[in-house]
Design a protein around this ligand. Structure first.
Ligand SMILES: C[S@@+](CC[C@H](N)C(=O)[O-])C[C@H]1O[C@@H](n2cnc3c(N)ncnc32)[C@H](O)[C@@H]1O
Length: 227
């Protein structure tokens, strides 16, 4: 059965007042939470391949069922394309989307990105493209610290560099992400997506079918300004 996607509702009506202080705090303090074993193993499984890779590197973070990862593999045929999600259940459903890669290879890994981004940054990975499509919005005001831009792992995401694309059906999420990046001296371009884009993820398709506005942020993390 298909359920119509509900629009995000929140007790916030703009960028969270505490966000700048959170971002600054995490710029100054290392994120010391121990890395989960399964995340370390997932990272180790690709670390050597990435270390020897001389072409472009594309990361699809929170890839869900990996439909977008397959699409990105077809769009960037010269790149090493890696999709990461914490849900084994979702990743197992990738089979039905494999054809969208048009034969181009890609890798899917099960890992917690709170760990994976740190490990990748510590290993000096430099991304060409980084996609973060429809991350969980955590729209309650008290949950700002669970949003990626309000979390202690943001410095690692920024350090990974590349052209970042974030999409959300909650405009405040995009505005907040831009606010957080500004504190790293990074400028973002934010826009509403056209209502007739070809959806590249199941969530995008669901929100589009429900006629929700979709928002996108793009930012060049490699061209960092002063902190
Ligand atoms: C709303 S879904 C979007 C999935 C996909 N990008 C799409 O648009 O269809 C958010 C995804 O983020 C993943 N996720 C949430 N927290 C995560 C974490 N800490 N590490 C890795 N994946 C995470 C979830 O498992 C889920 O698949």
């Amino acid at each position: 059965m298909q359920y119509e996607a509900r629009a995000v509702t929140s007790n916030q009506d703009g960028v969270h007042d505490d966000l700048p202080a959170l971002v600054r705090r995490y710029q100054q303090h290392r994120f010391l939470k121990p890395v989960a074993k399964h995340s370390q193993e997932a990272f180790d499984a690709v670390a050597e391949q990435v270390a020897h890779w001389r072409g472009p590197l594309v990361l699809d973070s929170c890839c869900g069922v990996g439909e977008s990862t397959a699409v990105l593999a077809s769009r960037f045929p010269d790149a090493l394309v890696i999709g990461v999600d914490k849900s084994a259940h979702r990743l197992q459903r990738n089979l039905q989307h494999q054809g969208k890669a048009a034969g181009a290879p890609y890798l899917l890994l099960r890992a917690d990105l709170n760990d994976f981004w740190r490990l990748a940054a510590e290993a000096s990975w430099q991304l060409d493209q980084h996609f973060l499509l429809y991350p969980n919005p955590w729209p309650k005001q008290k949950h700002v610290g669970r949003r990626w831009h309000g979390s202690p792992v943001l410095p690692s995401l920024v350090q990974l560099g590349g052209e970042l694309t974030v999409r959300s059906n909650w405009q405040i999420y995009i505005d907040e992400f831009a606010t957080a990046l500004e504190l790293y001296g990074i400028e973002s371009q934010c826009q509403q997506l056209a209502s007739n884009i070809d959806p590249i993820t199941p969530f995008e398709r669901k929100y589009q079918a429900a006629q929700q506005a979709l928002w996108q942020l793009r930012a060049n993390l490699t061209a960092k300004g002063s902190l």
